[in-house]
Design a protein around this ligand. Structure first.
Ligand code: G6P
Ligand code: ZN
Length: 543
């Protein structure tokens, strides 16, 4: 086997965002681009000699080619083993589980999550550590440092590894073990949840639709929902993964999961609907004629988790990202458990989960998860919902009504302004930042600002401080607007405006969310001058 050391030089912009390095696929395909980043990860984590690593991705365009490069580089850098999902495929939560279960030194996850796939779309690569979670900020900093000083990378020359056949082969000195991507993950789900109860629910005629959005969860959902739990054949739609996700946008929200939404809002809607994203870590929950916001879903799961065997003892604590609504805070307060507010990005939950401070966490961006892995987990959330529905005998509508009656309703919406020129996006943020001190007391329409700040987070476990994590404007009475720039885009800047209003009056819990939020939207747009500064009259996406 020929070992090569290839001379290279730093490539600008190899800076991971909210979740790993994400770029246009063609950028990743440029000479040395992938190799530079992989070597920088290897160097940033202190080398891979003698280590075993998990490798897998969401199956998008370039997934298979990139995996061959990673395997040849791991072999050249002295890794002792690689565990790879068959066909190069692993959902992100399944990869996290495999890292933990097999006690590996971490893993390479190839995905751009909910971003479209294809040669003209997006690709991504991230490293998860031995706990199964996204690399911490400290490790990321070392990786970035390595991208700036790299002068060579190591790779072996070899035939492509056979990713299609389960079993172990070798690549030089390194073993390559191809594993079934679904079985370990399905077994974990069976440990956590009461499969018998859910089976009985389906056997009683309960109807569900799961939209896999042509992405990675298709095979997982079919194996678990249809084969093991007895949901009717055809419960899983768009269940065959494709490299460009059927030309769609594999983001489970009411805009992109339109096919599912149409069915759930149509005549004869199934009892329960759900969808997951490109790499299987996000989820959307929808009942008949009732979309459940991710923030409310987190609150429901926190309120009812004890109904599932894995959480029967109760929760140690919960955590949510800052822009996520305060619905879960109110559930946590009632249970007398801690509730942490972290910056956007799953990596910030890792320490809290590792330290046993929290059991459940979630984000407004359609992610919920628990201490069973160190990633958010789309199918897990769907199964916990099913377990709750089966155990309580309640419908989605009854669960939601009870939540709002008991804790008040946090009306919530997110406005996305996509592909805004970077300078204009920064002008909005800078303008707000400059006025933080003078905003409190300001009256806008019927609302009065009671606080304004830029969110910073001190990790209670390792003391690391993260600053500049979004601008919060709080209004008297519990309404809030948050402004933040997305960290996952690959083009221009995306401004996210997160809107929330708490309502506790019993006769005001069934309003249309956009109506209930109108005063908050108007106040946020007035204060930020967003329309004037960006020229955008309307957001591109409202969820
Ligand atoms: C990824 C991360 C999430 C995060 C989301 C935010 O999906 O895994 O933890 O909430 O990005 O994306 P944004 O585009 O708002 O930075
Ligand atoms: Zn994802």
């Amino acid at each position: 086997m020929q070992h090569d050391t290839v001379a290279t030089q730093p490539i600008a912009g190899q800076q991971p965002g909210t979740s790993g390095l994400r770029k246009k696929t063609r950028v990743f395909m440029e000479p040395h681009y992938l190799e530079n980043y992989v070597q920088s990860i290897i160097d940033g984590i202190g080398g891979v000699a003698g280590k075993t690593l998990v490798v897998g991705g969401d199956g998008r365009y370039f997934n298979d080619r990139a995996i061959q490069v990673i395997l040849r580089m791991l072999a050249a850098n002295g890794a002792s083993g690689a565990i790879v999902g068959q066909g190069g495929v692993l959902s992100t939560p399944a990869a996290s589980h495999l890292i933990r279960k097999r006690g590996t030194a971490g893993g390479f996850i190839l995905s751009a999550s909910h971003n479209p796939g294809g040669i003209d779309a997006d690709f991504g690569l991230k490293f998860n550590g031995p706990n199964g979670g996204p690399a911490s900020e400290a490790v990321n900093a070392k990786i970035v440092e390595a991208t700036k000083t790299i002068s060579a990378y190591k790779i072996v020359t070899a035939e492509d590894a056979d990713l299609g056949t389960i079993g172990t082969s070798s690549l030089g000195e390194m073993s390559v073990e191809i594993v079934d991507p679904v079985s370990d993950y399905a077994a974990l789900m069976e440990e956590l949840f009461d499969f018998d109860k859910i089976r009985t629910l389906f056997a009683s005629g309960f109807r569900m639709r799961f939209d896999a959005m042509h992405a990675v969860t298709g095979p997982y959902a079919k194996a678990i929902l249809e084969d093991r739990l007895g949901a009717a054949e055809g419960t899983v739609i768009n269940g065959t993964p494709s490299p460009d996700f059927g030309g769609g946008h594999p983001d489970p929200n009411p805009v992109w999961a339109k096919e599912l939404m149409d069915e759930m809002y149509g005549d004869n809607a199934p009892d329960f609907g759900a969808a997951s994203d490109g790499d299987g870590d996000r989820n959307m929950i929808v009942g008949p004629h009732q979309y459940v916001t991710p923030s409310d879903s987190l609150a429901v799961l926190a309120a009812h988790a004890h109904r599932a065997p894995a959480y029967a003892k109760g929760l140690a604590g919960v955590a949510r990202s800052m822009p996520t609504s305060a619905a879960v805070d109110r559930v946590a307060a009632a249970q007398g458990i801690e509730c942490f507010e972290t910056p956007t990005g799953w990596k910030f939950f890792g320490n809290l989960l590792d330290a046993g401070r929290v059991t459940l966490c979630g984000e407004e961006s359609a992610g919920t998860g628990s201490d069973h892995v160190r990633e958010k987990d789309g199918l897990w959330a769907v199964l916990l919902w099913l377990n709750i529905l089966a155990e309580s005998g309640q419908s989605v509508a009854e669960i939601m009504e009870a939540l709002w009656r008991d804790y008040g309703r946090c009306y919530y919406s997110r406005y996305d302004y996509e592909d805004v020129e970077t300078e204009k996006a920064h002008a909005v943020m800078d303008g707000l930042r400059a006025r933080l001190d003078t905003l409190p007391g300001t009256e806008v329409g019927d609302l009065t600002v009671n606080f304004a700040d830029e969110f910073a987070y001190d990790d209670p476990v390792d003391g690391a401080r993260a600053t500049g994590q979004g601008i919060r404007i709080g209004f008297e009475g519990g309404a809030r607007a948050v402004f933040r720039l997305s960290g996952t885009g690959t083009q221009g800047a995306t401004i996210r405006l997160y809107l929330e209003r708490l309502e506790t009056a019993p006769d005001a819990l069934a309003q249309a969310p956009q109506e209930a939020l109108r005063p908050v939207v108007e106040a946020a747009l007035t204060i930020s001058e967003l329309k004037e500064l960006t020229g955008r009259k309307e957001p591109d996406v409202i969820t």
